[in-house]
Design a protein around this ligand. Structure first.
Ligand SMILES: Cc1cc2nc3c(=O)[nH]c(=O)nc-3n(C[C@H](O)[C@H](O)[C@H](O)COP(=O)(O)OP(=O)(O)OC[C@H]3O[C@@H](n4cnc5c(N)ncnc54)[C@H](O)[C@@H]3O)c2cc1C
Length: 389
């Protein structure tokens, strides 16, 4: 039976970063999890919430913990790129904006206060500033926002590859299949093989909520989410050169939308991606979550997102639209769960729809916990203690 001091279950964004930090600290690490499926319809096993070409990154957030997590991660992006030889960060800036009245009136003031408190470099933007500086967007005059120069776009697939490349360079071994069962420190793989570890880090994203593999079920709700991809032609993409990533609350809305600038997807086409739903169905078990990832998302959600996009960017020349499925995992604390569950288990999960940008710091905290350190002493402003249902 193959053995390792530490087995990280989940080759997603957090797990791979955790494996890198552990391997670079000199630990004997095995990282186990499936590759992204090439044939989604026939894939047997978990998918991943990073199977996409773009994620927004930004240091500014309404919450200081998330801001600190992102700031620390962004500070390491260029080093990760340089050492791995894999580029994943485009620093085109990010804008956050929202109305000053209505159900989310406090949103803009919260991220502005947080940025000021943490001393984050940013430009405060009134409605007029937004209209002049970012004329591709049409926002109500009463909007308030901020420009974050550290913000932009990361390619989550490439970032994961960069982390894994460095983990392997530091000696980590990768087993590209999923775990089907766990009995203490022994894991059974989908291949039928068994793996034994001194310690197991469970970094399974949403699957940790529906298929916990730990003694308790994390208090986490996993939601099926849809995104709209709007294809544009190269001329339209050139017209939008300089467009920042955007987190935006429309007037009267109860949740924020996110919008990425034009990105070339693996199919060779250029898309803007928009997402953000106030509610969506919950995935209650592994079968339902995996089945959701085999769909193209919700056409109804896609239609709402397209209407929002057309309102926000009335001049946008869209060639065609399509939708895609993903999943987000919301914890009871609003922060990820990072902590030891028992002597041989650490939990590292709960992205709350916002963890891609911060995965490197989250992975580092997972490594601290796995090695018996105190995550609460890491200066993030919370202890990330897991809660159970
Ligand atoms: C539509 C959408 C848009 C988003 N946009 C942003 C954004 O703009 N900015 C941002 O910062 N964040 C964003 N996020 C959130 C971000 O992508 C997630 O928070 C992040 O991917 C979570 O990382 P993770 O490692 O916890 O989970 P994942 O990245 O999902 O990785 C979990 C991994 O565990 C594996 N796994 C599961 N079960 C097993 C098993 N039994 N055995 C082995 N492996 C297993 C899975 O296959 C997967 O590879 C977005 C999420 C979605 C869905």
């Amino acid at each position: 039976m193959e053995r390792a001091d530490i087995i990280v279950v989940g080759r997603g964004l957090m797990g791979t970063a955790c494996a890198r930090h552990l391997a670079e600290a000199g630990c004997d690490v095995v990282l186990v999890g499936p590759d992204e499926p090439t044939d989604r319809a026939h894939h047997k096993g978990p998918f991943g919430s990073f199977h996409d070409a773009g994620r927004i990154t930004r240091a500014i957030a309404e919450d200081a913990v998330w801001s600190r997590l992102a700031t620390r991660s962004i500070a390491r992006y260029r080093d990760l790129e340089r050492r791995s030889g894999i580029a994943f960060y485009t620093d085109g800036g990010a804008v956050m904006a929202g109305p000053q009245t209505g159900p989310m009136a406090g949103f803009a003031q919260d991220f502005l206060d947080c940025a000021a408190r943490l001393g984050l470099r940013h430009a405060r933007l009134t409605g007029n500033d937004l209209a002049q500086r970012f004329d591709c967007f049409s926002m109500p005059k009463g909007s308030l926002g901020a420009f974050d120069p550290l913000g932009g776009v990361i390619d989550p697939r490439a970032m994961r590859r960069a982390e894994e490349t460095l983990a392997q360079a530091a000696g980590a071994r990768v087993i590209p299949t999923h775990v089907t069962a766990r009995n203490g420190a022994v894991l059974t793989l989908a291949t039928g093989a068994a793996l034994a570890a001194g310690h197991v880090v469970l970094a399974m994203g949403g699957w940790a909520g529906v298929d916990p593999m730990s003694s308790g079920r994390p208090a986490m709700r996993v939601y099926q989410r849809s995104v709209l991809l709007a294809e544009i032609d190269p001329d339209e993409a050139a017209r939008l050169a300089g467009m920042p990533s955007l987190i935006y609350v429309p007037q009267g809305a109860r949740t924020d939308l996110y919008l990425l600038p034009p990105i070339r997807y693996p199919d060779g086409r250029l898309y803007l991606k928009i997402g953000g739903e106030e509610t969506s169905p919950e995935a209650l078990d592994t079968a339902a979550l995996n089945a959701w990832f085999k769909t193209k998302g919700s056409a109804t959600a896609g239609a709402v997102l397209e209407a929002e996009l057309r309102m926000l960017m009335p001049d946008l020349r869209i060639m065609r639209t399509t939708t895609a499925a993903c999943a987000v995992s919301f914890t009871a604390t609003g922060h990820p769960y990072i902590g030891r569950l028992d002597a041989n288990t650490t939990l590292l999960t709960g992205g709350n729809g916002a963890a891609a940008k911060s995965a490197d710091e989250l992975g580092r905290l997972g490594a601290v916990a796995a090695l018996g350190g105190a995550v609460a002493a890491e200066g993030l402003g919370t202890d990330f203690a897991p809660m159970f249902a």
